[in-house]
Write a protein of this length. Sequence first.
Length: 416
Amino acid sequence: MGKALEGVKILDMTHVQSGPTCTQLLAWFGADVIKVERPGVGDATRGQLRDIPDVDSLYFTMLNHNKRSVTLNTKADKGKEIFVKLIKECDVMVENFAPGALDRMGFSWERIQELNPRMIFASIKGFGPGEFEDCKVYENVAQCAGGAASTTGMLGGVPLVTGAQIGDSGTGLHLAFGIVTALFHRETSGKGQRVECAMQDGVLNLCRVKLRDQQRLQHGPLNEYSQFGEGIPFGEATPRAGNDSGGGQPGRILKCKGWETDPDAYTYFITQAAVWGNVCDVIGKPEWKEHPDYAKPAARLPRLNEVFGAIEDWTMTKTKFEVMDICNPLNIPVGPILSMKEIAADEALRKTGTVVEVDHPERGPYLSVGNPVKLSDSPSEVERSPLLGEHTDEILRDVLGMSEEDIASAKAEGAV
Ligand code: COA
């Protein structure tokens, strides 16, 4: 079966996490992703957080599957010459350098358009146009500037960043969507276009329910937040809401059997209104089904601590998986808090290719996350990340048609 993006050539100038996530997705869908790296240096993550000396880190390998690596000094004259050929040859160029870096190399959007009017030029920056447009940005800065940190954490505690990389990987996802949209548009327009995604904007897009709550605050307290039932007044901004559900169905993280020794013996429990009767039965409170203080969702909101306290009295008698086994047939939405150790061993995730074992010539087998998006006719196979410059010769020869002599002279000049 053909791959969905087969035939699309991506000039991948990305590094660290945000850009590489985007190009990895495109590579999984079958695009030919040519990763350009500085000779002798490469993507900085190759050497960061190493677990095995002198071997590409898991940080790098898990973000650069299915790509080819070419080394190229895009600041040297000969390197620029080769880079121009790559720009003319490719459909999409993706980069996430610090603001201005490509311009300093001599490759502005105007120049790229001149060289290849069909080129889709996609960039990630920390901020969009405005006061902070020149700033370098990493994951946690984006989480803070995008509104996530201010709305994450316990009420009264410090703002918290989350383990999910919503700034980097989240923005990479947004950019991939922008690129395929521009590719689709090029089918009719015949022209490329610029695709930009700021990490602050990507995070905010994922935090829109908190901007929703900011506006609701003008019309009264947020009565589905636990602090409402606790009588704690609301301030001027959307507060941190601990583990409260962000939607209209109250939920919390509750202790399960073994919580005293197992840091992940917890379940998320949602008191969905449609199955309230089942919740009452399962926790041994059938009288709450008709009681005016508990029967209707609005009546329960001021007493969520009491409600979840009673549910937790029950969940603490069961393991997190027993809670699943009992609640699922009753249509009560619950979910175990799974540790990374449990996820790594999860057979179902292995079967669907969401967790995959990949072999690497230098590090041996390692686990990675496969493509979370499944296409029925274009399945993704995860291939190992390239070694630095592994495909330099083949790309210069096969993609750019350079002669062996030319390649040798580019090498002698230190351009590749
Ligand atoms: N040949 C020659 N030079 C190259 C090169 C190549 N193949 N690839 C990169 N370089 C140069 C760049 O041109 C730049 O040089 P300059 O500063 O002289 O113009 C230099 O390498 C470093 O690039 P830069 O992007 O500034 O890297 P950094 O390590 O200083 O900053 C980030 C890293 C992530 C903070 C920054 O790239 C950034 O803010 N990116 C945008 C937001 C983003 O994606 N952040 C999340 C990353 S996960």
